[in-house]
Every structure is written in structure tokens, then in C-alpha cells.
Design a protein around this ligand. Structure first.
Ligand SMILES: [Zn+2]
Length: 439
């Protein structure tokens, strides 16, 4: 299929026509389809380094297909799928299964993340080498949901991934300091009578792990940084030359612990929402590149896991469908980031950290055509009708959010057009045709 996109504004502010044929950006020719992109921003296809797709094992929460559709409607063309499935993504067989499900559905590239420890149990290393050498070519390893709290295991994992240039993505949460934690620890948690999750539980693990990464000479990535103190530790480590990268979620850039006061479990998440000053520090750190990327931590749950008392509710929020609008609201409207920065923190850099090819030269002739067309001028009241995954546990329902994704193109083929998903059979058929042509 060939597509002509006219009048799109690139992230650098210039206006241009884009022509896509046979999956890549190329010089203009005859188009099967023309998209008028006047007034729209063309961003490189978004890449999420931190998604929970729940399949295999928790298909009542999400599947690779439904999560892929949520990603596409949010402007994503690739997601990294966290390992806390059942069975856990800790063997070559499971990561290959998840990878090929993504290929078959075709909405986005699904790149599995491998577990650091077998069964996420924190006792012994998983089959890291077998996953790295599998067809899924795993490069990111994480026990996310759990912290690799054993310092020796963390050291061994860093040593192992270093041999093939992989990265360990740490969920930084000292478990002993967070037993039974329900929200950010502070004056508000005391007032509400909820067990606190202290900032130091995150910061102490980050401090230990940047030192371990430096000692080993390996790459470390920090998941969902949530506190001002964590930003200070990462800034210190980068200044020392530690090979560390970090992510912040859209919700930690916009929402604060005050939302816990209503006991609405849609706002219950791990790490918890923090104070105003943490949110401001996270925004500044994203702007000055102490924090490298935004990642969603999309965490769908069925209604029964969320529609219960705060202390019984599951942690997590869906985030793929709203991510770009929330980041727009949090750091673009404030002038801290421009669209070029957004292209970096939501596409080029996450692809670089995860070693996903095809995202280093957005829009360049001959490079894979992954892009999203975004209308920054509209405002919408976010609603369940904006969600496309199985999870309805969005914290933004009823919020006025800026912007809307109008088209997403993955490998040169539309997955979203006119703000709506392209039919699943059509997307899958295109993916099959692409696979066949590459063989
Ligand atoms: Zn996590």
C-alpha cells in the first residue's frame, strides 16, 4: 500500500508531505490513499518500554490483541511486554509465543521483556541467554511488579546481560520497607490511616543499583521513577558516568497523592502517586534529560479487582490510550518539552534503550514507516469510549485532556484512521502479507 500524507507538521516544526510505499518512507509517487494532515503533528511511531499485556495467563485483564489495539489508538507502533504473565516470560518458549502473537495481530510490534529471575521468585536467574538467543531476541530483562532485591542476584543479572549488551530494568522497591503499603508515606497517609510507601524504599534501591551497574560496567534502566530524591540519585549517577537510563509514567507527571483521599481505587498504583514537589521534580528531570523517557506502565485489571475497598484493590492503571494526551497536558502545555522532545522521549530513546531497530531515523527515506498523526488543537473529556483495551481502570475518566491521535501507521500500513481502529482482520492480513514478503 502507498500513502501520501500532505501538510503534516514534523516534530521540528517544519511542514512537509510524506510518502510511504511498501512499508518505508520514500520519494513521492502514485498513492493508493491520501491523508490530509494540515494542522496535525506527525510524530514517529510511539514506543512503550513498559506495557503489561497479561497474556498468557490473565486474558480476563488483557490479551496481546486487545493491548495492541489500545496501543495503536494511543499512537504506539511498538510495545515492550512485561514478564509477569502466567507462565512467566522466563523461557525462550514463552517469549517466542508472546512475540509471535504480536506479529500475527499486526497492530504493533510486541517485543517481550524477559524475567530476571525464574518465576519472578527472586531466587535464581531465569534462562536469560536462551531468551536473548530466541526468535524474540530479548534485550530487556525485568522482574517488574517485583524488585530484584537480592544484591547478589542483581549483580549476576547485570554481569549476564552485559555479555550481549542487554539491560536490566529494575522495579525499585525495597520490599521490607513497603510491606502492606497502600499509598505514599507522609502526612496524608497518616491522616487517612493508610500504610505508607516511603520514598526511601525506591531511592535506596536505585542508589544501590547504580553503584552495582558501575561496578559491573553494565547497563541499568530504572522503571517508573516517582520521587524527587530518585531524580537526585540518578542525576548523581549520570554525572559519574554510570550507564543508567530512567523512565517516568504519564500519571506520575500529572497526578498527586491527594487523589487517594477520595479512596477511589482507580488512583491506586505502584509506585504510588506522590507529592506536588515530586511531580514538579519529575517534569524538570524529563526536560533536562535526567529522566530519559516516558513509559506507560499500562496495567489493565478486570472491574472486580478495582471496584472494591482501597486496601483490597489491585495496583495499576491503564495508560496506552491516554499517554500522549497526558504528557501533552503535563509538560508540553507548560512549555517544558516541545514536539521534538516528545519524539525523543516517546519513540527514539525508548527504542534505543530496548534495542528495537527502525526508530533511529524517523521519516528518513528508506526507513520503516512508523508514525502517528496527532491533532494537538482539540480538547476532549476522556471517557471509557476512548479506551480500546479490556481494562477500564483509567484514572482520567472525566478529565479534560488535550489532543487526539487521528492516525497510526505501523510498517507502512494504517492501524488507526480517522481516529478509529482499522478492522482486526484487515490489519492481520496485512501483517501476514508483510511476513511472507520478508521471507
Ligand atoms: Zn513496576
Amino acid at each position: 500500500m502507498s500513502i501520501l500524507i500532505t501538510g503534516a507538521q514534523l516534530p521540528d516544526g517544519t511542514s512537509t508531505d510524506l510518502f510511504i510505499d511498501n512499508g518505508v518512507f520514500t520519494t513521492p509517487g502514485t498513492a493508493d490513499r491520501t491523508i490530509d494532515a494540515a494542522g496535525l503533528i506527525a510524530l514517529p511511531g510511539l514506543v512503550d518500554l513498559h506495557t503489561h499485556l497479561r497474556e498468557p495467563g490473565f486474558e480476563q485483564s488483557e490479551t496481546v490483541l486487545t493491548g495492541s489495539r489500545a496501543a495503536a489508538i494511543g499512537g504506539f507502533t511498538a510495545v515492550f511486554a512485561m514478564a509477569n504473565t502466567m507462565p512467566v516470560q522466563d523461557t525462550a518458549g514463552v517469549v517466542e509465543q508472546v512475540h509471535s502473537l504480536g506479529q500475527r495481530h499486526g497492530y504493533v510490534t510486541v517485543q517481550p521483556i524477559g524475567a530476571v529471575t525464574a518465576g519472578l521468585a527472586g531466587q535464581q536467574l531465569s534462562e536469560i541467554g536462551a531468551m536473548a538467543q530466541s526468535r524474540a531476541r530479548v534485550r530487556v530483562f525485568s522482574d517488574d511488579g517485583h524488585c530484584v532485591s537480592d544484591a547478589l542476584l542483581m549483580r549476576r543479572a547485570l554481569e549476564y546481560v552485559k555479555t550481549f549488551g542487554g539491560v536490566v530494568a529494575q522495579h525499585a522497591q525495597e520490599p521490607r520497607l513497603t510491606v502492606g503499603a497502600q499509598m505514599n508515606e507522609g502526612a496524608l497517609s497518616s491522616e487517612l490511616g493508610l500504610t505508607g510507601w516511603p520514598a526511601v524504599a525506591e531511592e535506596s534501591i536505585i542508589a544501590r543499583d547504580v553503584l552495582l551497574a558501575q561496578h559491573v560496567g553494565a547497563r541499568l534502566h530504572i522503571c517508573h521513577v516517582s520521587t524527587a530524591g530518585s531524580v537526585e540519585v540518578i542525576r548523581w549517577a549520570k554525572a559519574r558516568g554510570v550507564d543508567v537510563t530512567a523512565e517516568v509514567t504519564p500519571h506520575h507527571l500529572l497526578l498527586t497523592e491527594q487523589l487517594a483521599a477520595g479512596y477511589d481505587s482507580r488512583f491506586k498504583v505502584n509506585p504510588p502517586l506522590r507529592r506536588d514537589e515530586d511531580v514538579l521534580a519529575l517534569r524538570a528531570a524529563l526536560a533536562d534529560r535526567t529522566i530519559d523517557i516516558v513509559a506507560t506502565d499500562h496495567a489493565p485489571h478486570p472491574p472486580e479487582a478495582k471496584e472494591c475497598a482501597w486496601d483490597e484493590a489491585a495496583n495499576g492503571m491503564v495508560g496506552l490510550e491516554s499517554a500522549l494526551s497526558v504528557v501533552h497536558a503535563a509538560v508540553v502545555e507548560s512549555g517544558q518539552l516541545d514536539w521534538g522532545d516528545i519524539a525523543r522521549v516517546l519513540s527514539r530513546k525508548p527504542a534505543d534503550i530496548g534495542q528495537l531497530a527502525g526508530y533511529d531515523a524517523a521519516f528518513a527515506l528508506g526507513s520503516p514507516a512508523h508514525l502517528t498523526l496527532y491533532d494537538p488543537a482539540v480538547t476532549r473529556t476522556f471517557a471509557t469510549t476512548d479506551l480500546r483495551g479490556k481494562g477500564l481502570n483509567s484514572p482520567y475518566l472525566g478529565y479534560k485532556l488535550p489532543g487526539r491521535v487521528l492516525a497510526t501507521i505501523h510498517h507502512g500500513y494504517p492501524t488507526v484512521l480517522d481516529g478509529e481502529l482499522v478492522d482486526a482482520h484487515e490489519v492481520a492480513a496485512q501483517a501476514v502479507a508483510r511476513e511472507a514478503s520478508q521471507k
